[in-house]
Design a protein around this ligand. Structure first.
Ligand SMILES: C[S@@+](CC[C@H](N)C(=O)[O-])C[C@H]1O[C@@H](n2cnc3c(N)ncnc32)[C@H](O)[C@@H]1O
Length: 286
């Protein structure tokens, strides 16, 4: 499935500081939709695009090739932004965008094991990873698995689920993991099993891809790399991410452009259900 960009109009309008051109970093270029929207609205900008996923890099390159060298795309993690800018001799940029979470084509590809709705191998790597979900589920000890589930999903049955995983190993497929999570729940909680499974999958994905650490690194790097008056926009998809962004934007280097997080309109939520949990925060470097 093609990826539909979330909060596209809101992101594009939020970077009004790009009206006279400038350099924009799209840290999560994915299917290329936000970058395309930005370059169409602000034709004098150039974009440095990044994605850790080689498939996203290929898709975005194809979609955006018509803009020639004004958009350059690299397979890198945004936690490497300092190194990438150093390689180009760029000191400061005018805009930084990160649209966190997954591209639709990543979720839809059974082989990548992100979705619990169909059986696939336990993988969940976005690209450039040291470990996969298979390593976490079958290699971590009970305390570590409990910590991952508890810290990254705030799931109250984390301990039960972790001990059940240890007993039922090896677990190599998504459907086996779903079965193990379901069987670990007390009977009164079984009716909500889908919510629990969604949370546990999210927690494992965050661990596999080191998502919160990378986000913290990006926010720190941004302070040194944004010009005064430059803007940063982050779209998050769950409260752990949003909390990190919210507190970073309260630091003295930033003033908020969005007082409250921007959320999708009813129309967008209906036409693109994957936008439902998204929150956009924009800040300006002062
Ligand atoms: C929601 S999608 C972005 C969609 C894009 N904004 C669009 O309009 O098509 C998120 C993308 O971020 C990428 N990603 C996640 N963490 C990353 C990281 N640390 N560095 C680079 N890319 C990352 C994922 O591989 C995924 O393709």
């Amino acid at each position: 499935m093609q990826h539909t960009s979330v909060l596209l109009k809101e992101v594009v309008n939020g970077f009004e500081n790009l009206q006279n051109g400038g350099i924009c970093v799209d840290c999560t270029i994915g299917g290329g939709g936000h970058s395309e929207g930005l370059i169409l609205k602000y034709p004098d900008i150039s974009i440095i695009g990044m994605d850790r996923d080689p498939q996203a890099v290929r898709i975005a390159q194809e979609r955006l090739s018509r803009f020639g060298p004004r958009i350059r795309i690299f397979q890198r993690s945004f936690s490497d932004l300092d190194d990438l800018l150093n390689e180009f001799g760029i000191e400061k940029v005018d805009a930084i965008l990160a649209d966190l979470g997954l591209s639709s084509f990543q979720i839809d590809e059974v082989e990548r094991g992100f979705s619990f709705k169909r059986s696939g191998p336990l993988d969940m790597r976005m690209g450039l990873n040291d470990r996969s979900a298979l390593d976490v589920i079958n290699g971590y000890d009970a305390e570590e698995i409990e910590r991952v589930i508890h810290d990254f999903s705030e799931e109250r049955f984390a301990k039960r689920i972790a001990s059940s995983i240890i007993k039922k190993r090896p677990i190599t497929t998504t459907d086996k993991l779903v079965e193990v999570i379901f069987s670990s729940l007390p009977s009164y909680a079984k009716k909500d099993w889908k919510k629990v499974v969604t949370r546990v999958f999210q927690a494992i994905r965050i661990e596999v891809n080191d998502e919160l650490t990378n986000l913290r690194k990006l926010l720190e790097i941004s302070k040194g790399r944004l010009k005064i008056g430059g803007r940063i926009a982050i779209i998050s998809f769950h409260s752990l991410e949003d909390r990190i962004v919210k507190y970073a934007f309260k630091e003295k280097e930033f003033i908020p452009i969005t007082k409250k997080p921007v959320i999708p309109s009813d129309e967008e939520r209906i036409s693109n259900p994957r936008s439902r949990s998204s929150k956009l925060r924009i800040s300006e470097r002062v």
